[in-house]
Design a protein around this ligand. Sequence first.
Ligand code: GLU
Length: 297
Amino acid sequence: MPAPRSYRGRFAPSPTGPLHAGSLVAALASWLDARAHGGTWLVRIEDVDTPRCVPGAAEHILAQLASCGLVSDEPVLWQSQRCGHYQAALDQLVQAGRAYPCGCSRSDIERALLARGLNRERHHSAVYPGTCRPDQGGLQGRPARAWRFLIAPEQAPVHWTDLALGAQVQDVAREVGDFILKRADGLWAYQLAVVVDDAAQGITHVVRGADLSDNTPRQMLLQQALGVHTPQYRHTPLVLGENGEKLSKQNGARALDLGTPLAALNAAAACLGLTPAPAHDTPSALRAWTDEWAARS
Ligand code: GLU
């Protein structure tokens, strides 16, 4: 696929709670990168994992972003309204022989791994053993629970260059295995939704937190299988909490106090190695950081 011509970036929060210091860093970095390239910046609400979504959180995030002067250049896209597109992508993958139904429960997977002498304890997350792969006999009469992406048997490790982290490699077949596209509870998996939407929105540059870097090669394999363009990736530094752990909504990161947006933005900018804003208003601070970002990229 030829690369789209003009820069299009995005910030794609999951509305599982309000923005925190870490997510503001990703939002600011993606906004600055888009502005520094004279590009378009979009916001996409990733609300497909409905059990984890908090009512009102999306609206709250949009208001927090707006108070920081970060406003989507086009109407906000809501993933919960795009299920038909995810189904079409799954259908395309099934037709191409790159997706298959899986009837395994979590304990089936653990049993299969143990039978192969692989202890889940030693392998942080279970690599799917391929029980329901079409060439292993498929569902064998069991009902389909989920849908998985079939990693080609000859799939070589994926190499890519992250604009911040440099050269990266991941052997997806060995380290991740055939991953979920549609979950047993009927919900669309993040990997599929993000790839379909990045393609539909013509995203050329993905700027997001380093905790998501590990997903990139799965997304690249999906892009190749769907015949869509692969954006450039830049993963920004994580904000660590007092205990040295990654700050996240899950470990109770405090919501940003956006009564003082410039202070919150200054903290995010410091995390990105930018000069503290001498300006007293948010628009001039954003302009100064855009120039600084453009000068170094
Ligand atoms: N929705 C994801 C999150 O909030 C981010 C997805 C992405 O930027 O690719 O963690």
